[in-house]
Design a protein around this ligand. Sequence first.
Ligand code: UDP
Length: 239
Amino acid sequence: GDEEHSGRRVLLKLSGEAFGGGAVGLDPDVVKGIARQIAAAHRTGVQIAVVMGGGNFFRGAQLQQRGMERARADYMGMLGTVMNCLALQDFLEKEGVDTRVQTAITMGQVAEPYIPRKAIRHLEKGRVVIFGAGAGMPYFSTDTVSAQRALEIKCDQVLMSKHGVDGVYTADPRTDDGAVKLDELTFSEALSGNLRVVDAAAFSLCMDNELPMLVFGMDDEDAITRAITGERIGTMVTA
Ligand code: UDP
């Protein structure tokens, strides 16, 4: 509907890897489940913007290792995020949620261009805004873009969902048995500890602008709904 949404405003980063369900491409059942969770949270009146990842299609750095020019490979990565955006849009609309996709690379037939003031207006009208194509710039990641978009459209929090890990650990839990999960830490602790579950550039943007970041695992049941509605799952990172 067109009723005003006046609750808190969050930026949700969705990992592209999760959309693939463990393979290259898209698993519609996974996207449907994620859309259901976002719709449930949306019904409580939270304004939700999404930055979509694209690791299920292409990662520029990996294509570079296989011989491609980095910038071109990064553009392929950005285009991959747009396919995820359209899939998420489809399943959100099936859940009865109004949506708009805005892309950092203009493609008028499939999405609006990124216009921050218009994005804010959509959110106020209760639409979920899905941002695609990252920053439109090679050498950036969708984590970093999440922090940037959250700042520009004035979100209260950035919610970094992660696939395969449920928060920030003292070391990489996949390789270090002694790794312990942290309930909270500061951005400077994350940076000095080289805790790379989120990009350093994203941590540092949030630190400089005092934007709180929740890092949480999207694999747990209802984790996305819980994070959007303000439950403190995962790890809270603050300035
Ligand atoms: N990318 C980019 N600039 C951006 C955002 C993304 O070049 O502003 C490219 C980059 O190659 C990246 C790929 O798009 O590897 C997919 O994004 P990301 O790896 O952040 O997706 P996720 O890991 O969240 O699925």
